[in-house]
Write a protein that binds this ligand. Structure first.
Ligand code: FAD
Ligand code: NAP
Length: 325
């Protein structure tokens, strides 16, 4: 007897689940229900356009969709168009693989000001997600990106590179026009922990410095490595490679390229202020406490006082909720 399976979500998780099922001994018939008209989830609508190598995975996902036992049903939203109980009635099994649609709040004052975006919100613009607006004002010269993961690197890269540099990618005309019109000269990436805990991929980090238009500057303040950091990199090869690269770059002078990405460590965002729109980001220096975590410095701590970025210097910040769930 054929096992009828509904998979909700046509991203990599849903499609790989289908792949495993068709490769199994079980006789299956699979419907993949996807709320968007097109499949591939964040591979299509999240991975940065200047990472064509990663987008290549679409070819492997496409092969699964061409399997005769797999059917893709686009424009079907679980919750709106059909309920889980109904699916359970029609199918023998239901797999929910709907990914992470919403940004996570940081929980700091001012994060809802105009000019403050969650990363999911921002990347959906440059990847032309059907739900995203086609225009995105990019008027700020100094931009803060909060968090030290690959999404922060993606966003910083797209903002720092010139529109023309992105022309070799598959960005649509409206995104190219938006990027060409942007005014960002300096993009500041803030990590609340030390450099050993940056969640960058080594290759993505190194590639950032290949841009002919972007100097990557690692600021020495906060570039601290303690015994716990060393124990962490001893267990984590990627973190060690990232730390090696950052160590080579720390304190390096900019070479005069027109745009800069600044990497700041041990800086926790605490407040965004502005009159209706973002004007200032306030961060506090943190310190390593020997167990992979950090604590904020008390104002009277000998290692530093809360840091304040000059008013109006950061007139916009992005990546307010850096981890896209
Ligand atoms: C900005 C960004 C960039 C990334 N870049 C890379 C990268 O370069 N390299 C890398 O390896 N990883 C990257 N990742 C991680 C990778 O994209 C994700 O791990 C992966 O896409 C997760 O797959 P998923 O199928 O769980 O979720 P998703 O890719 O989000 O797919 C979920 C699918 O479910 C659909 N869906 C949601 N709700 C419903 C509903 N109610 N009904 C029907 N369908 C629904 C969505 O439309 C979507 O198509 C990136 C992630 C982000 C956020
Ligand atoms: N090219 C690629 O390979 C690529 C590109 C993009 C995304 N991805 C993948 O997609 C997934 C998601 O990436 P991601 O960058 O969104 O998540 P991530 O790797 O988890 O990084 C999130 C970053 O945000 C910080 N952060 C979280 N909450 C914070 C808060 N309240 N205040 C300050 N900082 C905060 C985290 O700091 P802590 O570490 O201190 O928590 C971390 O530095 C990852 O698996 C990533 O590798 C891969």
């Amino acid at each position: 007897m054929t096992l009828r399976v509904a998979i909700v979500g046509g991203g990599p998780a849903g499609i790989y689940a289908a792949d495993q099922l068709v490769k199994s001994e079980v006789d299956v018939s699979i419907d993949i229900l996807e709320r968007l008209p097109a499949p591939f989830g964040l591979v299509r609508y999240g991975v940065a356009p200047d990472h064509p190598r990663i987008k290549e995975i679409i070819k492997a996902l496409q092969r699964v969709l061409l399997h005769p036992e797999v059917r893709l049903l686009g424009n079907v939203d679980l919750g709106d168009d059909i309920k889980l109980e109904e699916l359970r009635e029609f199918y023998d099994a239901v797999i929910v693989a709907t990914g992470a649609r919403a940004d996570r709040d940081l929980g700091i004052p001012g994060e809802d000001l105009r000019g403050s975006y969650g990363a999911a919100d921002f990347v959906s613009w440059y990847d032309s997600h059907p739900d995203a607006p086609t225009t995105r004002p990019l008027e700020a010269e100094h931009v803060a990106v909060l968090g030290a993961g690959n999404v922060a690197l993606d966003v910083a890269g797209v903002l720092a590179k010139t529109g023309d540099e992105m022309l070799t990618t598959d960005i649509p005309a409206h995104v190219y026009e938006g990027l060409k019109a942007k005014r960002a000269t300096d993009v500041h990436v803030f990590a609340r922990r030390g450099p050993a805990y940056a969640k960058f991929s080594p290759l993505e980090l190194r590639e950032l410095a290949h841009s002919p238009n972007v100097d990557v500057i690692v600021h020495p303040e906060g570039f601290e490595v303690d015994d716990a950091s060393m124990a962490h990199i001893a267990k984590n090869k990627q973190a060690k490679m990232v730390l090696d690269t950052l160590s080579n770059w720390v304190g390096r002078e900019p070479t005069g390229k027109p745009h800069r990405i600044h990497l700041h460590f041990l800086e926790q965002p605490v407040e965004i202020t502005g009159d209706g729109a973002v004007e200032t980001l306030r961060t506090e220096r943190t310190r390593l406490v020997g167990d992979d975590s950090v604590r904020r410095h008390r104002p009277d701590h000998r290692l530093g006082r809360p840091g304040r970025l000059p008013r109006r210097r950061l007139s916009q910040h992005l990546g307010r909720r850096p981890a896209v769930r």
